[in-house]
Ligand binder design. Structure first.
Ligand code: HPA
Ligand code: ZN
Length: 335
């Protein structure tokens, strides 16, 4: 199974680039930028990475991102992630980045986007992996702040495919961002959002009906509302599920109780993703490996998950057909 997963062609659709920041690289960049971080060793960092909930994690995650200053830092961070993708047979990735985490500290939007997008271009050439960027608004900040970010992004519109919504969910419902989503859609961005990770089903309804989202990040709590499940299926919208993240943030208590297979059986389209791999104990393949083992997923299930990862990506239909065909061939040879 491990080899089957390792060689399975796949896409990753839920990944925060700031959450891919590995401790060793954090030390290296902090050192060259002469920034003090509150840890001396990788072991100390790992000890600090114990979370009771989303907010616990976010506090540490924003602190980690604060050592990123120069375009080269954003480049190195992104290129390292893409190298890991390449080693896991991730052929396409849709990367979220949080501009406000950086612009709030006085780093320009331009530095962030240029570093990230240059790494993506180089990885496409050198590693044969394609990527799209998702600009995510921090939902604990105001809609006005999100508008500022939207305006900053417009000169770089050709580098950004979609918008997302992340950070502290409870108390910050999707409806808070109604107007900025409307404007972003008019600018040609595809609307996506985190919903129902800790928040109630009502937040998922709002993300669908008020923000018009085309994909739900996490979405676990849709299971509490039968009508919502039906609606998600009817609209053919996928959930980007992140098993190890759910364990790390105590959204799910034990992987054996993870609802991924139940979601598939209900007819929901789900994908497997790492979310913040440097913080949650595993890259995307580790998520596949651990959830396969915990739930006893078959090779059939794994191929469905990988097919979903391409079919619910933002790739063209032609690309989706090609990847579906290559997954059929892969299954035929390796079943
Ligand atoms: N949820 C919300 N915000 C985030 C996450 C997440 O899982 N990861 C990074 N920012
Ligand atoms: Zn996320």
């Amino acid at each position: 199974m491990k080899n089957f997963i390792k060689n399975l062609p796949k896409a990753e659709l839920h990944l925060h680039i700031e959450g891919s920041f590995e401790p060793a690289q954090m030390f290296e960049i902090a050192k060259r930028n002469k920034i003090e971080i509150p840890y001396k060793t990788v072991e100390e960092i790992e000890k600090a990475y114990k979370f009771d909930c989303l907010q616990d994690f976010l506090d540490i995650y924003y602190q980690g991102a604060s050592v990123l200053i120069y375009e080269q830092d954003f480049y190195d961070l992104t290129y390292s992630y893409l190298e890991k993708c390449s080693a896991q047979n991730v052929r396409h990735t849709e990367i979220m980045f949080d501009p406000q985490t950086h612009t709030e500290r006085g780093i320009s939007f331009e530095i962030v986007i240029n570093g990230i997008s240059r790494a993506c271009e180089d990885a496409e050439k050198n590693l044969n992996i394609s990527s799209y960027l998702i600009m995510s608004f921090l939902r604990h900040l105001s809609e006005e702040d999100a508008f500022k970010t939207l305006n900053q992004s417009l000169p770089f519109k050709d580098k950004i495919k979609a918008i997302g919504l992340d950070s502290s969910e409870i108390g910050n419902p999707p409806s808070k961002f109604k107007n900025v989503y409307k404007s972003a859609i008019e600018e040609g961005y595809i609307p996506l959002a985190h919903a129902g990770e800790e928040g109630p089903p009502a937040y998922i309804w709002e993300a669908l009906d008020i923000l018009s989202i085309k994909r739900i990040d996490h979405g676990n709590n849709c299971l509490q509302d039968e009508n919502l499940i039906k609606e998600i299926i009817k609209r053919d919208i996928a959930l980007t599920v992140c098993p190890l993240s759910n364990i790390a943030l105590q959204v799910v208590k034990d992987l054996k109780d993870h609802p991924l297979k139940k979601m598939m059986d209900l007819g929901l389209k789900v994908t497997v993703n790492s979310d913040d791999p440097a913080y949650f104990g595993g890259q995307v393949n580790q998520n596949y490996i651990e959830i396969q083992k915990a739930l006893g997923l078959s090779k059939d299930d794994l191929v469905i998950l990988a097919k979903n990862s391409f079919n619910y990506s933002l790739l063209s239909n032609k690309n989706k057909e090609e990847y579906t065909k290559s997954l059929d061939e892969y299954f035929e040879i390796n079943k």
